[in-house]
Design a protein around this ligand. Sequence first.
Ligand code: LLP
Length: 419
Amino acid sequence: MHYFEYKQGELYAEEVPLKQIAANTGVPTYVYSAATLRRHFKVFDQVFAGVDHLICFATKALSNLSVLRLFAAMGSGFDIVSVGELERCLRAGAQAQKIVFSGVGKTKEEIAAALKAGILMFNVESLPELYAIAEVAQSLGARAPISLRVNPALDPGTHPHISTGHRTSKFGVPLVQILDYYEQARKLDSLEVVGLSTHIGSQITEARPFREAGEKLIDIVLKLRARGFELKYLDLGGGVGIRYDDEFFDLADYARAIVEPLRELKLTLIAEPGRVIVGNAGVLLTRVLYVKDTDVKRFIVVDSAMNDLIRPSLYDAYHAIWPVEQRASAPLVVADVVGPICESGDFLARDRLLPLPQAGDLLAVMGAGAYGFVMASNYNSRPRPAEVIVDGNRWYVVRQRETVEDLMRGERLVDLSPE
Ligand code: LLP
């Protein structure tokens, strides 16, 4: 569910007509609903009711400062994967002691910055990384809290580009090595072993992979306890899928698959949800430039493109496309919705049944809150969209649209000899 609804044929974000936002800020623009963000955060948090837990929102899914600030105010921690995300979270008001640092390629500079900030723990993915963290901690006279991220070797049943828990992925420590890595970690004085973590993939809409991951986590925790390790945290990662089209995954099934079985371990459970909190809390507003009919196909050419929202091009992802103003007379047609970028892979929808829009009409690309703006680029020298948050009957531009001038910042004109 979300709070983007039609009222008398006009699409609103909460109490604000999207048309009004487009008229004021122009398009393309990402619009997020604060009520939806709050609601999803609370509902996900409820899944862990009665269990010691910490929600660490996956910053990478939507990292606008005002969104992070809202979650921080709601008590959220954050999962980060770069010093850039660390800085964003801190600037947004996050508590460092609620930040976990994931990722296979943390640099020594990033490790040092996170240690100085005083984060909760590093989720470590390889032996060389473990040594790097130990070395940086030692040089700073600090002790680094770490967990090892296990790769549970299972099939997450999702798109290959967003699967991380299968054996051949670059993520996590293989099951066969995990106990040995813990033994290595305990030999290093500048490390404090505090947890175990995993993350098996994204947009998972069935219980099985979570159940399998849970079983493997329990097995590892018990083995570690037998070896005298006293863990505090068990980090389940993110991965809960949402409805883009007709998918359905009940959070109660997630709870039964992984939260309930793990509660008996009496550890603090950490979750790193991204998409399930913000995915359907955002839309990308765009305007129809042309309706182009060829002898074989119809194209709706809009002013946003794969640089603004890359998910359809990259993962063949489905995003519903709704007219901002419903037109009773519009016939239903099948069309590709495409952007202005010079690539055949530049589309927002293919062979989509939708009411035929006219040039100048506004469309809302739904479910664009997660991995939307954050994956936007400047390809074809296109400035990235503005971002707006609606809260009830108020709305705020929380990121200005980039300008062409912004795109050339940092570039230098050098006159090279033509010969
Ligand atoms: N924790 C870790 C360590 C992760 O790598 C991720 C996502 C998450 C948590 C959050 O996962 P979520 O709850 O959002 O599924 N760009 C892709 C998704 C990439 C996900 C990467 N990691 C997409 O647009 O579908």
